[in-house]
Ligand binder design. Sequence first.
Ligand SMILES: Nc1nc2c(ncn2[C@@H]2O[C@H](COP(=O)(O)OP(=O)(O)OP(=O)(O)O)[C@@H](O)[C@H]2O)c(=O)[nH]1
Length: 238
Amino acid sequence: KCLKKCLKSHQKTRELLLKTYFANHKNVWSLGSLTFYEPIHCHFLSQVMLVGDSGVGKTCLLVRFKDGAFLAGSFISTVGIDFRNKVMSIDAVKVKLQIWDTAGQERFRSVTHAYYRDAHALLLLYDVTNKASFDNIRAWLTEIHEYAQQDVVVMLLGNKADVTHDRVVKREEGEKLAKEFGVPFMETSAKSGLNVELAFTAVARELKHRTMKEPDEPKFQLQEYVDKEMRTAGCCRS
Ligand SMILES: Nc1nc2c(ncn2[C@@H]2O[C@H](COP(=O)(O)OP(=O)(O)OP(=O)(O)O)[C@@H](O)[C@H]2O)c(=O)[nH]1
């Protein structure tokens, strides 16, 4: 920033400045004997995959996170796979999340399988108003163990928590299943925005911690972080 300001106000300096692209250091500038390093804008890139039955709200969750909006109206099923990027700032570190929105329909399963291997984190969704989507979580977890990397971060999300009348899966049932499989859990709503930002932030924090952790630093506890953040926000946040 300082260098850019200086360049704007000092035409002469700008003229003197030579931009040099070294083989592997594209952000290096030189001025006489001085070398400037431009700040690196994105410290690392992580792939996050959204999985779960068709209609649980994967696309809506992504749109809510990326654009802060809710896709109401007719439901258009994802075909194959789609992706969006979002850069998050975690303790002054820029984390670029490449989020893959997969099709929940059975006929696209072979496409999804091909992407598991490269995913660093998986957000596994069920719909709290659809019992079958909850019952299928076990099958999804089996599939994840089969195709994804062993150390992939998995988080279970009970989506559509804004719906009260038609709810058929209690929060406690989601918690119990998550405990059984040792994965963090929370309820979300793409419609109201409940916990959407938190779900992605928690995953980004875990990934940042894994990548940049000092050898003697304690492990990041994802579920503890989520619980603490929810308590601080008075149970729910949007
Ligand atoms: N009430 C409520 N409805 C939601 C929520 N999230 C999604 N929906 C609705 O659920 C339907 C399916 O949402 P999608 O996001 O398209 O579902 P999907 O999981 O991406 O479906 P596939 O692309 O087929 O895998 C749409 O009609 C949405 O409007 C939510 O949090 N609350």
